[in-house]
Design a protein around this ligand. Structure first.
Ligand code: 4AD
Ligand code: MG
Length: 462
């Protein structure tokens, strides 16, 4: 039965006349006494297929007035369509109503706000916008693998549950099987984590980097692509508590090599979207973000800028623009600074490199100036930070010191430090936030609208 079904994406490539069976959901139904039109969509592509039902059909009366959202299986003849805007339509010989949608189906034919659609995240994939978002998401996930596999990188599955804080920022979700209302206690009254599932405190990972580094010390070039978790209370359109990150890690790379790879990677992903998701991008360009396609094409052919953090701060300070947060050497660049830098001062994607050591993670390589680290952030228009990366501190003594200086205990990182004990080499890597990339590629302005079921502070529905 299944084999007889043709997805609408394929149906639309057929040359009529052709006999086909399609299965999908009714987007809209219109009818008169003489005919009923069902617009059927199966998600395989942006377009829906118009199904024309005539009174000869045994269940014509049921089909007239069929509710939006109902599932149907249609057999019919694909013919050239007399109607405007569609080359073909399906003249139905039989229409089976497989699953009727109750009249309370919330996606009736009108424009719904993205805020409203978030409340029905389990149904929103049946809209034009979200069908397109999630097809692009799927295509780009594949493009990530193609990019790295073509270069001989190996895909590594680093753990989701971990005992180490890869960023040292203390933004981890705890994982426990203890009864939080009545946990076991030590004689001094502290929670006795030895009684917990892993016999020690454990968390959801914030990054696969540390495990990735150990694998790069054997496989040379690797990447991870998996979910990461941040318990940071950031309620912004760019932060999620659960997001997907791609983290390549390369032995023998310095910061320049790292930025070169990141630039090639971003361009390859944009190219993949432009080439493989044309219909969906055309929709975003029309309805969500005018100028999107031209912007993406420009980025693919532009050279990304590179600027030292110190110079970036200087130019921001001298720009005459008034910011909410002050800029000075040592300040964390805020979204407003990042966007002004990439959108106005540089006018294209830009790597900011060599940040003050105080505002970056313990594993970044100390520069010889004593005050900066070999870090890079890639900033892009509309989004701000898309990538964060660095050359890693490969010198054992320096790394032990920076771990301590960050208030962390080197004992907890002994396995990681082993990479520096046994055949250490210069290496570098970066992390690209997959949802940030999707925002960039689709023009969607809220991270909640590019991930199936967003997790953000006070929101864990579905
Ligand atoms: O800059 P971050 O924190 O870097 C790391 O995690 C490193 N371990 C990466 C590495 O060098 N291997 O995060 C990397 C990227 C950011 O640039 C951003 O795109 C994304 O991950 N990101 C988030 N995306 C959505 N929601 C959040 N809360 C995010 N935090 C970071
Ligand atoms: Mg960062």
């Amino acid at each position: 039965m299944q084999s007889a079904r043709t997805k609408i994406a394929s149906v639309l490539r057929l040359v009529p006349p052709a006999e086909v069976r399609v299965k999908g959901w009714v987007r809209t139904a219109r009818d008169s006494k003489q005919v009923a039109f069902l617009e059927v969509n199966d998600g395989s592509c942006f377009a829906s297929l118009q199904v024309v039902c005539s009174p000869e059909l045994a269940n014509f009366d049921e089909l007239r007035g069929l509710s939006t959202g109902s599932a149907v299986s249609v057999v019919g003849e694909l013919v050239p369509s007399p109607a405007q805007g569609q080359p073909v339509e399906l003249r139905a010989r039989s229409v089976e109503i497989v699953g009727r949608a109750e009249s309370s189906f919330p996606l009736q034919k009108k424009r719904h706000s993205f805020e409203f659609l978030r409340e029905i995240a389990h149904l929103r994939v049946r809209t034009n916008t979200f069908g397109a978002v999630f097809r692009v998401r799927s295509a780009l996930a594949q493009a990530v693998h193609s990019f790295f596999q073509a270069r001989g990188f190996f895909y590594v599955h680093t753990p989701i549950i971990t005992a180490s804080d890869a960023e040292g920022a203390g933004e981890m979700f705890r994982v426990t099987t203890l009864d939080v209302g009545a946990p076991p206690r030590t004689p001094t009254g502290a929670v006795d984590w030895r009684e917990d599932f892993f016999s020690k405190p454990s968390y959801l990972t914030v990054s696969g980097q540390l495990g990735g580094e150990t694998f790069a010390m054997g496989l040379s070039e690797i990447y991870t692509f998996g979910p990461t978790f941040r318990a940071e209370n950031s309620n912004t359109p760019r932060h999620a508590a659960e997001f997907w990150m791609i983290e390549p890690e390369m032995a023998w790379y310095d910061l320049d090599d790292d930025a070169d790879l990141a630039e090639a990677f971003v361009k390859a992903l944009l190219r993949a979207a432009l080439e493989g998701c044309g219909e969906d991008l055309a929709f975003f360009n029309d309805r969500v973000d005018r100028g999107l396609i031209a912007r993406l094409e420009a980025v693919v052919s532009a050279d990304f800028g590179r600027i030292d953090y110190a110079e970036a701060v200087d130019r921001l300070a001298k720009s005459g623009k008034s910011f909410e947060f002050p800029v000075f050497f040592g300040a964390n660049l805020q979204a407003e600074h990042e966007r002004y830098l990439t959108e106005t001062l540089i006018g294209r994607p830009v790597f900011v490199v060599n940040y003050p050591k105080e505002i970056k993670a313990f594993y970044m390589r100390r520069n010889d100036d004593g005050r900066t680290v070999a870090a890079m952030d890639l900033l892009v228009p509309k989004i701000g930070e898309l990538i964060g990366g660095s050359q890693r501190e490969e010198r054992l003594d320096v790394l032990e010191r920076t771990i301590r200086e960050s208030g962390l205990d080197p004992a907890g990182y002994s396995w990681y430090l082993d990479t520096r004990r046994f055949g250490t080499v210069p290496h570098a890597g970066f992390g690209l936030g997959f949802e940030r990339l999707l925002m960039y590629v689709t023009g969607m302005e809220n991270i909640r609208d590019v991930i199936p079921f967003p997790r953000t502070p006070r929101n864990c529905g579905f």
